[in-house]
Ligand binder design. Structure first.
Ligand code: ZN
Length: 365
């Protein structure tokens, strides 16, 4: 057992509007998770407010020119064509919106703090973090900065000899893999949906040895996921023997996500996080993607309950039900009635396809 109890990191900024509709992130997410956990009485005495990372902190990874462009885009709510093209800010899926710089910097500040607090010997949950596509000098896939990279860098700065990064988001953790591809102190392991944006992270792509990639077929079920985690991810992490872990638990790997086609239950995802988290003394657990607000709110609240040792009350208290019924989405057409009254999904069992066994064998080879 770790000496210290788990902590939750959040901030008021996540309750405010951010990405403009119809952007997939224009839904309640981290703010709803926090509201739900609060309604359950699960944030008493274990909640820490995220600081905002300074420019100097951001430049520990990101290029100064890029950080300045991001700050300017927020300040002026526009960016010239050359800068847009160079930095991918205000382009496609990375829109300019008020507060974008503070919001992104807060996620970095939270992940830096998460690593510092975890290093004392605990699990720290930082659900607003998880912007794993952000590049050193470019925005990508809804991510302006890359807060998971900062959690890893902070662990290294604190003296960790080896840090493992495990990414369960439906999309490949390309930005974090890029950041540490040449660093033997860091291994990055990503399970993600095949043929899904950003289309990197092929099975045999190890980036010189430090990375493992497990692209999985559509419809990945709980039993297949348990095989991957138990027979490939956990042994790989154990073999690496990290001093610290960063785990990204995207809610877009859950069944019913509008941008991905995996089919996990939130119980399976929670069990996987718990299993991997047991493999190091210092653990940061980040959010990530997730475009069905009920999946995000129920999944990550339930995960916090699991990590912090709270039992889900039956029935849920009125204040928690009010959070669930207050969620909305322009993309999720069918709302399962269970999403409005429960936190835990029913199991989503299924046959383990041969392809899954092949992925395990290739990853361990
Ligand atoms: Zn994702």
């Amino acid at each position: 057992m770790r000496p210290l109890a788990p902590l939750y990191i959040g901030a008021e900024i996540y309750a405010r509007a951010a990405f403009p509709p119809p952007h997939p992130l224009a839904i309640p997410r981290a703010g709803a998770v926090e509201a739900l956990c609060r309604a359950l009485g699960w944030l008493d005495g274990n909640y820490v407010t995220s600081p905002v990372a300074s420019r100097a902190e951001l430049e520990r990874y990101h290029d100064a020119d890029y950080v300045e462009a991001l700050a300017r885009a927020d300040r002026e709510q526009r960016l010239d064509d050359a800068a847009r093209a160079r930095f991918q800010i205000g382009v496609g899926s990375n829109p300019i919106f008020p507060g974008m710089f503070e919001r992104a910097s807060t996620a970095v500040g939270g992940s830096l703090m998460a690593a510092r607090l975890a290093w004392e010997g605990r699990i720290v949950f930082h659900p607003p973090g998880g912007t794993h596509h952000g590049g050193r000098a470019r925005a990508s896939g809804f991510c302006f900065l890359n807060d998971p990279v900062f959690a890893v860098l902070e662990f290294l700065a604190l003296g960790a000899a080896r840090v493992a990064y495990v990414d369960f988001d439906a999309h490949h953790g390309d930005g974090v893999e890029d950041a540490f591809a040449d660093d033997p102190r860091v291994t990055t392991i990503s399970i993600h949906e095949q043929n899904r944006w950003p289309r990197t992270g092929a099975l045999h792509d190890r980036r010189g040895g430090s990375a493992r990639n497990m692209p999985v077929p559509r419809g990945l079920n709980d039993d297949e996921f348990a095989v991957l985690v138990g027979e490939a991810v956990a042994p790989l992490v154990s073999r690496f023997a990290p001093d610290a872990l960063v785990i990204l638990t995207g809610a877009d790997a859950l069944a019913g996500d509008p941008l991905a086609k995996l089919a996990l239950s939130n119980v399976a995802l929670g069990q996987a996080v718990e299993r991997v988290a047991a493999l190091a003394p210092a653990v940061v657990v980040l959010g990530g993607g997730g475009y069905n607000p009920w999946n995000v709110a129920r999944g990550w609240s339930g995960l916090w309950g699991r990590l912090a040792g709270y039992a889900i009350p039956e029935p849920l208290p009125e204040a928690a039900l009010a959070v669930l019924t207050g969620l909305w989405s322009g993309r999720v057409r069918e709302i399962d009635p269970a999403w409005l009254t429960t936190l835990a999904d029913r199991p989503r069992n299924g046959a383990v396809r041969a392809e899954i066994r092949q992925i395990v064998a290739a990853s361990l080879a």
